[in-house]
Design a protein around this ligand. Structure first.
Ligand code: FAD
Length: 526
C-alpha cells in the first residue's frame, strides 16, 4: 500500500512539473545520472551536422551514462502533459538535420564511454556487443584484438553504430554480406514510450525489424550485437577504368552475381565511381592514384566525356600464398572488359583499407575543405534503368563539373531483409548512386550551394519525368506526402509501427516524417 501511495505521489509530481513549463533543469529531479546540459557549447554542437545545410537548437543535451538514463528521459517525454521531442545524435554526420531538434532534448550518443558500455567480444560465438553510440572505428579496434572484424561496412568509419543501423550501412561488401542491418543479431532499444526492450528475429521481432533502417523513428538503439568474421590481414586493392558504360555495369553485375561462390572465386568488395571530363582522376575518394602524377581522362585516349572506374578488392589472411592470390585475382579479371592499360593495383593492410576515407578527411581538413556545406544526394536506382540514368545525369545534367566523388555500385536485393524499415527499388539488383558534393564559395558558380542544390532537384525531377523509380538512401523530404510516396506500400506498416512504439511522435523529429503531437515550442505550450 505504501509503495502504491509513493508511486501515485511520484506520478502526480511528474504531471505537475512537466505539465507547466519545460525547464530542462527539472529533468534532474528524475534522477538522470548522465550529464544534462544547457551549456552554449553543447547546444551549438548539437544544432549542426556534417551537411551544414540546416541548424536547429535543442533546449538541452543529455550525455547518457546508460540506457536507463535514456529510458527515464523518454518516459518523461511520453508521459508528460504536453510532451517534448527527443533525438538521438550519433556522430552528427547527417546531411539535412536528421538528428537535430528545435523543441526538445538531443541525446549525444557518442563519447559517453564508461565501463558499462565498452564493446564486449564473444570470440567463440563470433559477435560483439556494442553501445549504440560507439563509432565503427572503435568497434573495429576492439574486435581486432581477437583477430575478428565485422563483415559489412560503410566506406567511412567515424559514424556511430546507431546512426548507420538507422539507415542501412552500405559499402562494397553489401553485395555479399548485405548491408550492416543484415548483420545484426540482437539489439537493446528504448522505445518512444520509455520501455527498454531486447529485440531480435525471435524476441520482439516487429521492433527489431522496425528499428533497422528505421531512421530513429521507433526507438533508440543502446546496444547492438554485430556478427563477426575472422579478420583478413591484407587487401589487394584494384582499380580499372571503362569508357563504355554498359561494359562497366555488365562487369559490376557479373561480379556481384558471384556472391554465392566460395571466397576464392569472388571479390570481397565491389564499388565504382564516375569521372567526368575536366576532372582529374584524383579527388578525395581516389587518392589511390598518385597525387604527384594526376591522370587526365584524355590521356587515356578513351574518347568520351565520362569514364567509369571499377574498384574491387581481394582480402587475404596471414600466411596466404601470394601466388595463389595472384591466380585468383587473375582468373576473375580475365572475364572483365576494362581498358587494358588502365589498371592500378596496390596491397595494403585490411585496417588501412577500411579506414581509407579518414586519410582523405585529414587532408581535406588541413585545407579547410571538410567543414563546408555538403548537398549530398544518394539514390538507389533500379538496374533496368541505370543506363537511362547514365545518359540523363552523368552525361547530361552534370555537365563536366561534379564538385565531389560520384559513387556507383550494384547490390543484390536478396541480401536485404524486406521486413526492415528500409525501402529499395523493386528489382533483384539495384545501384547506389551517391553524389558526394562539397559546396565552395570560391567564385566558381558551378560549385556554389545554390547550383549544386538546383542540380539535385533537376536529377530528382529527371527521374520522375522519365519514370525511373529511384528511392532515396539517407532520405530527405519535407512533407508527409513525399514520405508516403517514398515508403509506398510500406507506409501503412511504418505508421502502425510508429503508433505502437512512439505514439506521441517524440523521436527523431528532425527526419520530418511525423508531426509531433505536441506544441512546437514546449517552453510556451507546457
Ligand atoms: P546521426 O547523423 O547522428 O543520426 C542519423 C539519424 O539516426 C538521426 O535521425 C538520429 O536521430 C538517428 N540515430 C542516431 N543514433 C541513433 C541510435 N543510437 N538509435 C536510434 N537512432 C539513432 N552511409 C553508408 O551507408 N555508407 C557509407 O559509406 C557512408 N559514408 C559516409 C561518409 C561520410 C563522410 C558521411 C558524412 C556520411 C556517410 N554515410 C555513409 C552516411 C551515414 O551512414 C549516415 O549519415 C549516418 O546517419 C551517420 O551516422 P551518425 O552516427 O553520424 O548519425
Amino acid at each position: 500500500m505504501a509503495t502504491k501511495l509513493l508511486l501515485l505521489f511520484a506520478f502526480c509530481r511528474l504531471i505537475s512539473i512537466v505539465g507547466l513549463t519545460l525547464n530542462p533543469t527539472d529533468l534532474f529531479r528524475f534522477g538522470l545520472n548522465g550529464q544534462l546540459t544547457t551549456g552554449a557549447d553543447n547546444i551549438k554542437f548539437a544544432s549542426v551536422d556534417f551537411g551544414k545545410l540546416t541548424s536547429s537548437e535543442p533546449l538541452a543535451v543529455l550525455h547518457p551514462s546508460s540506457a536507463s538514463d535514456i529510458a527515464k528521459l523518454l518516459r518523461l517525454a511520453h508521459e508528460s502533459a504536453s510532451g517534448f521531442a527527443v533525438s538521438a545524435r550519433g556522430h552528427g554526420h547527417s546531411i539535412n538535420g536528421q538528428s537535430q531538434t528545435s523543441n526538445g532534448v538531443v541525446i549525444q550518443m557518442t563519447g559517453s564511454r564508461n565501463l558499462n558500455n565498452r564493446p564486449v567480444v564473444s570470440d567463440n560465438l563470433m559477435y560483439v556487443d556494442v553501445w549504440g553510440g560507439e563509432l565503427w572505428i572503435d568497434v573495429l579496434k576492439s574486435t581486432l584484438k581477437y583477430g575478428l572484424a565485422p563483415k559489412s561496412w560503410t566506406d567511412y568509419l567515424y559514424l556511430s553504430v546507431g546512426g548507420t543501423l538507422s539507415n542501412a550501412g552500405i559499402s562494397g561488401q553489401a553485395f555479399n554480406h548485405g548491408p550492416q542491418i543484415s548483420n545484426v543479431h540482437e539489439m537493446d532499444v528504448v522505445t518512444g514510450r520509455g520501455d527498454v526492450l531486447t529485440c531480435s528475429m525471435d524476441q520482439n521481432p516487429d521492433l527489431f525489424h522496425a528499428v533497422l533502417g528505421g531512421l530513429g523513428q521507433f526507438g533508440i538503439i543502446t546496444r547492438a550485437r554485430i556478427a563477426l568474421e575472422p579478420s583478413p590481414k591484407m587487401v589487394r586493392w584494384i582499380r580499372v577504368l571503362y569508357s563504355n558504360f554498359s561494359a562497366f555495369t555488365h562487369d559490376q553485375e557479373y561480379l556481384i552475381s558471384l556472391h554465392d561462390q566460395p571466397q576464392s572465386q569472388k571479390f570481397d568488395y565491389i564499388e565504382g565511381f564516375v569521372i567526368v571530363d575536366e576532372g582529374l582522376i584524383n579527388n578525395w575518394r581516389s587518392s589511390f592514384f598518385s597525387p604527384n602524377n594526376p591522370v587526365k581522362i584524355t590521356s587515356l585516349g578513351a574518347g568520351g566525356n565520362v569514364l567509369y572506374c571499377l574498384e574491387i578488392t581481394k582480402n587475404y589472411h596471414e600466411g596466404a600464398d601470394p601466388e595463389v592470390i595472384d591466380q585468383e585475382v587473375e582468373a576473375l579479371l580475365e572475364k572483365l572488359n576494362y581498358i587494358p592499360a588502365s589498371m592500378f593495383t596496390t596491397d595494403l593492410p585490411y585496417v588501412d583499407f577500411l579506414d581509407r576515407v579518414h586519410t582523405a578527411e585529414l587532408k581535406l581538413r588541413s585545407k579547410g575543405l571538410w567543414e563546408v556545406p555538403h548537398p549530398w544526394l544518394n539514390l538507389f536506382v533500379p538496374k533496368s534503368r541505370i543506363a537511362d540514368f547514365d545518359k540523363g545525369v552523368f552525361k547530361g545534367i552534370l555537365g563536366n563539373k561534379t564538385s565531389g566523388p560520384i559513387l556507383i555500385y550494384p547490390m543484390n536485393k536478396n541480401k536485404w531483409d524486406d521486413r526492415s524499415s528500409v525501402v529499395t527499388p523493386n528489382e533483384d539488383v539495384f545501384y547506389l548512386v551517391a553524389l558526394l558534393r562539397s559546396a565552395l564559395d570560391n567564385g566558381e558558380e558551378t560549385l556554389t550551394l545554390k547550383h549544386l542544390s538546383d542540380e539535385n532537384r533537376k536529377i530528382i525531377n529527371f527521374c520522375k519525368e522519365s519514370n525511373i523509380e529511384v528511392k532515396q538512401y539517407l532520405p530527405h523530404y519535407t512533407t508527409q506526402k513525399e514520405w508516403m510516396d517514398h515508403y509506398g506500400d510500406k507506409w501503412s506498416q511504418i505508421s502502425r509501427r510508429k503508433l505502437e512504439f512512439d505514439p506521441r511522435h517524440i523521436l527523431a523529429t528532425g527526419q520530418r516524417i511525423f508531426e509531433p503531437s505536441f506544441g512546437s515550442d514546449p517552453r510556451s505550450s507546457w
